[in-house]
Ligand binder design. Structure first.
Ligand code: GLU
Length: 474
């Protein structure tokens, strides 16, 4: 029986969870789920100067927001240093590694020489076969991996195909620095092995590391995990992804009002496809996901597409789910202070009631919040420039009439209110718009809103009449 599939996501906590990392995490998660396995999370915090707890928290928060879970506790790579050192020593004992006593000056000379001769800049193997008895005084050695000198190393990649590396191009890399700290290629092999990782799916920028790591696995007599190196993400213009294109932390997307389900859908399509399907659920993605449909060319990150997809989710998802997502997202949206200050059980109920009308106009949750602002506004309601333009004296006089007429309404429902207002307009021989626009301004402080009778119903009798009275003038 094949081993249970274990994938891994191993971010370095030197910044937020950016969009490329989120896509890698999603692909690993999808692949694990698609194969009845699990993903593990390893925090590669060995660079003590650049790693911060804040970044660890942001990564975990970003993963949780995206709904990507992992098995067990996150593993700190730094805390596993003793194990990495143990394996380095094991490689030393088995003759697969050696101590190198080159000084900084010698290494600099080596590089210069290689440059002058037009050779690759790697280490030239000075200490590879030299006896330790020749070791100079006062130099703390590094430990280097004895990489194969001749022949080739083949990475049988699930996305890139068979990638052949000439061993002469892979120099003897340092696995333990002179201060005794392990380096990335060693730590990653030991951790992936110890954590039972069966499949490695990561950016194609790690392809050379894959060759080096394969050699270390073999030297240790361990099975090399299945590897899949995925193309990087480019901007919509084809250039390398930068901030301008959307290379921000996922937290920035939450703050822009994107839904996690829309993000998952969008990120899944960045480099992977299922026919022409653009919109699919996470369950479908799990069902369909596999290496075979990962493309070889860089995916393009397209803001407009993401925005459209998000709008689709807002309009079509289950209304209670949308409501819950909206309430959850509110603390992260910009300029939310007055909205949050007026959020209570009553206003929440009003928002839920108005949501079917509000969502048609919103492509993201920020727009949804703006649309719902009339519900969560403080007295007296602020009128924006467009509302003030509508509220000329004649409009205010209409509001004074409406205040009286609406005060008489018995059943405060959209239908009843509509009939009353229509009857009033007819009696005064006014077009409905002439009556509705001032009402909209008075009730919402602006000139766009859900249907005005729904607004009246949502706000309720007292709130509606208070707002109309505040703008009315005889
Ligand atoms: N910490 C590495 C990175 O963030 C992980 C590379 C790997 O997947 O092996 O690039």
């Amino acid at each position: 029986m094949a081993a249970t599939v274990i994938t891994r996501f191993p971010p370095s906590p030197t910044g937020f969870l950016h969009i490329g990392g989120a896509r890698t995490a999603l692909f690993n998660w999808l692949f694990a789920k698609a194969n009845g396995g699990n993903m593990v999370l390893r925090i590669e915090d060995t660079d003590r100067e650049r790693s911060t707890q804040e970044a660890v928290d942001a990564i975990i928060d970003g993963m949780q927001w995206l709904g990507l879970d992992w098995q067990g506790e996150p593993v700190s790579q730094a805390l596993r240093a003793d194990r990495h050192i143990e394996i380095a020593n094991q490689l030393l004992e088995s003759g697969n590694a050696y101590r190198c006593y080159c000084s900084k000056e010698e290494l600099a000379k080596m590089r210069e020489k290689a440059k002058a001769e037009g050779r690759p800049m790697g280490y030239d193997g000075t200490w590879r076969d030299r006896d330790e008895s020749e070791a100079p005084e006062g130099i703390d050695p590094v430990i280097r991996f004895k990489s194969a000198k001749d022949g080739e190393t083949v990475v049988d990649d699930q996305v890139q195909g068979k990638v052949v590396f000439q061993n002469k191009d892979l120099d003897d890399l340092i696995i333990l620095r002179s201060d005794g700290s392990p380096t990335y290629n060693l730590s990653v092999v030991v951790d992936d092995h110890d954590m039972g990782v069966t499949h490695i799916l990561r950016g194609v920028d790690h392809l050379t590391n894959a060759a080096r790591q394969s050699q270390i696995y073999k030297a240790l007599g361990w099975d090399v995990p299945v590897m899949a190196h995925i193309p990087l993400i480019h901007g919509a213009d084809g250039a390398k992804l930068s901030k301008r294109h959307g290379a921000m932390g996922v937290d920035a997307y939450r703050a822009m009002g994107y839904l996690p389900e829309a993000m998952r859908n969008y990120l899944a399509r960045l480099g992977w496809s299922h026919g022409d399907d653009e919109i699919f659920s996470t369950e479908q993605a799990i069902e369909w996901f596999g290496f075979d449909a990962i493309g070889k060319s860089p995916a393009r990150f397209d803001f407009a597409k993401l925005e459209n997809l998000n709008g689709h989710y807002i309009r079509n998802m289950d209304i209670d789910d949308l409501f819950n997502e909206f309430i959850k997202a509110l603390p992260y949206l910009p300029e939310n202070e007055s909205f949050l200050a007026n959020l209570n059980d009553e206003t929440k109920a009003h928002i839920r009631f108005a949501l079917p009308h509000l969502r048609d106009r919103a492509k993201n949750l920020v727009e949804l919040m703006k649309g719902a602002a009339f519900i969560c506004s403080k007295h007296p309601l602020q009128m924006d420039a467009k509302a003030l333009k509508i509220l000329k004296d004649d409009a205010r006089a209409i509001l004074a009439d409406l205040f009286k007429v609406l005060s008489e309404v018995k059943d405060w429902s959209a239908n009843e209110l509509e009939e009353t207002v229509k009857a009033y307009a007819e009696e005064k021989q006014l077009k409905l718009g002439k009556v509705a626009q001032p009402m909209r301004a008075a009730l919402t402080g602006t000139n766009v809103s859900p249907g005005i009778f729904d607004v009246l119903e949502v706000l309720g009798r007292k709130e509606s009449l208070d707002r109309i009275e505040a703008q009315a003038k005889n």
